[in-house]
Ligand binder design. Structure first.
Ligand code: NAP
Length: 473
């Protein structure tokens, strides 16, 4: 774009060196744009750098949960399991960064404190803890789930034992052997962690507010025949998945439970329970919209929980009573089975809420003495990374204020009053309800095409209109 640009005066600033940020950098550099990625951590990987809790792995098969922008990359890389674990995914992202020499344009341990649109110059002024930058475009690749949610529970600050969080797990080995451990929250992260740590701890107290529908992953070593088949037609395989609603193979059939033979439906759900993970009810189009059909799929899972969990009271507490699919499904490895262990205890917070956390205890129906407390309480999701700093647009408007009554964007890519600012998988886009990898690649490709078009057509500013935003929302 401009040969005289320096790193402090680049064409584009990207915030975040996760899956989205590093691909965006690759794309823009190939277009000849001077681009800098600012990353808070000393490592790249985003979600897969921060979320190192035991059992962390993807819940979409790795052959699909991977980049498709480079044929040689997807042919060369071999995943060891059907659903790969966090260390292997992080290794893959580091491989991508090395392969495409991305690291040299990533500034690590640098945090954006403020981004302000300079209306006179039509440039973004970006202040970090280290530098001040000015760039034409600013791209937030900060992820949907990157700011941890710390629960507001009396006494938490005074807890003197070991305090851990699934979203900020230490890099060094954590020894939980022989410890009394409490975990608060039963979302995807907790459902992956519990079976792993239960094997090690003395007692595990699981504090559950809302139970979740979880489907067994049936994970295992990569089936080499399936891998060879997919690699022999990778582009076609990706295209098939792309035409599905969620960007996941085989998830978008058009059959209706309401019009099917119930025995056949149950046989199909049994098959899906064994093999399909997140795609458990994806074969039936009416599950999300027809209460009776939804109940067929939901009660199938509840019956499975009853079969697996030996204590009927625990099985009942673990069984969600709301519609299946109202929350994203979880995919697990031995989650419900874990509650048959004598050292695992479920505490239902609906009947007995947590009243207090003591120096070495947690109080709900009883007072539990604990050595370790794990917060698996999720994130300030979707908007947290964008509202926790001052992003200032036209007329001094702060994004956080503009979104006070709810986040609005056009396509999850742009926001009115914030010219030349893009969000990758921002609020209002399918993001975490889809396979994140193709959703990220789609947004990155769109943004790169948009910037390329602006350059070719001598346009200096692009901005979503309020009406486009309202129509989209
Ligand atoms: P989450 O799904 O938001 O779960 C947070 C849990 O903490 C919920 O059970 C919530 O209960 C509970 N909680 C929050 N505040 C609480 C409080 N004050 N007292 C008691 N309980 C409280 O978070 P997550 O498990 O980290 O997962 C977030 C998302 O990340 C998932 O939806 C998924 O998209 C993604 N994820 C994906 C993978 C994967 O791909 N393998 C793995 C992990 C996470 P309520 O439900 O009652 O609010």
């Amino acid at each position: 774009m401009n040969q005289s640009k320096t790193l402090l005066n680049p064409d584009v600033i990207i915030v975040g060196a996760g899956v989205a940020g590093i691909y965006m950098l690759h794309k823009l550099r190939k277009m000849g744009l001077v681009t800098v990625v600012i990353e808070k951590s000393d490592e790249l990987g985003g979600t897969w750098n921060w979320n190192r809790y035991p059992g962390a792995r993807c819940d979409i098969p790795s052959l699909e949960y991977s980049y498709q922008f480079d044929e040689n990359l997807q042919q060369d890389w071999n995943w060891s399991e059907k659903y790969s674990a966090q260390p292997e995914i992080l290794e893959y992202l580091n491989h991508v960064a090395d392969r495409f020499e991305l690291r040299k344009d990533i500034s690590f341990e640098e945090e954006v404190l403020e981004a302000q649109f300079n209306e006179e110059l039509s440039l973004w002024d970006i202040k970090t803890n280290k530098e001040v930058y000015q760039s034409k475009f600013c791209i937030f690749a900060t992820g949907c789930l990157s700011v941890p949610n710390k629960p507001d529970i009396e006494g938490l600050e005074g807890f003197e034992g070991q305090l851990l969080s699934t979203s900020y797990w230490p890099r060094e080995e954590v020894d939980l052997s022989n410890k009394n451990v409490a975990i608060i929250g039963t979302g995807s992260s907790s459902i992956q962690t519990i079976p792993e740590i239960a094997k090690e701890v003395k007692n595990l107290y699981v504090f559950q507010r809302t139970p979740n529908y979880s489907i067994p992953s049936n994970n295992g070593p990569m089936d080499k025949e399936i891998e060879a088949d997919i690699k022999s037609r990778y582009a076609e395989f990706r295209k098939e998945n792309w035409s599905n609603g969620f960007g996941i193979a085989g998830i978008a059939d058009e059959a209706l439970i309401a019009e099917s033979d119930i025995d056949e439906v149950n046989n199909q759900l049994e098959e899906n329970w064994k093999n399909n993970g997140l795609g458990f009810f994806g074969g039936y189009a009416d599950v999300p919209v027809d209460a009776n059909s939804n109940e067929v799929a939901a009660s199938f899972v509840r019956n499975k929980i009853k079969e697996i969990v030996k204590d009927p009271e625990t099985a009942d507490k673990l069984s969600p009573k709301y519609h299946i699919g109202g929350k994203r499904l979880c995919v697990d490895t031995g989650y419900f089975e874990t509650f048959n262990r004598e050292n695992v205890h479920l505490i239902d917070l609906h009947s007995s809420p947590i009243t207090r956390i003591g120096e070495s205890s947690i109080e709900a129906d009883l007072e539990y003495d604990i050595d370790t407390l794990i917060l698996a309480t999720g994130f300030d999701a979707m908007t947290g990374a964008l509202t926790s700093l001052d992003i200032v647009g036209r007329n001094g408007i702060i994004l956080r204020d503009q979104w006070k009554k709810g986040a609005k964007s056009y396509l999850g890519l742009g926001v009115s009053n914030f010219p030349n600012l893009f969000t990758i998988t921002g609020p209002g886009s399918p993001s975490v309800l889809s396979n994140m990898m193709p959703s990220i690649e789609q947004h990155v490709n769109w943004i790169a095409d948009c910037i390329g078009w602006m350059i070719d057509n001598n346009k200096s500013v692009i901005e979503s209109s309020l009406s486009a935003e309202e129509e989209w929302m």
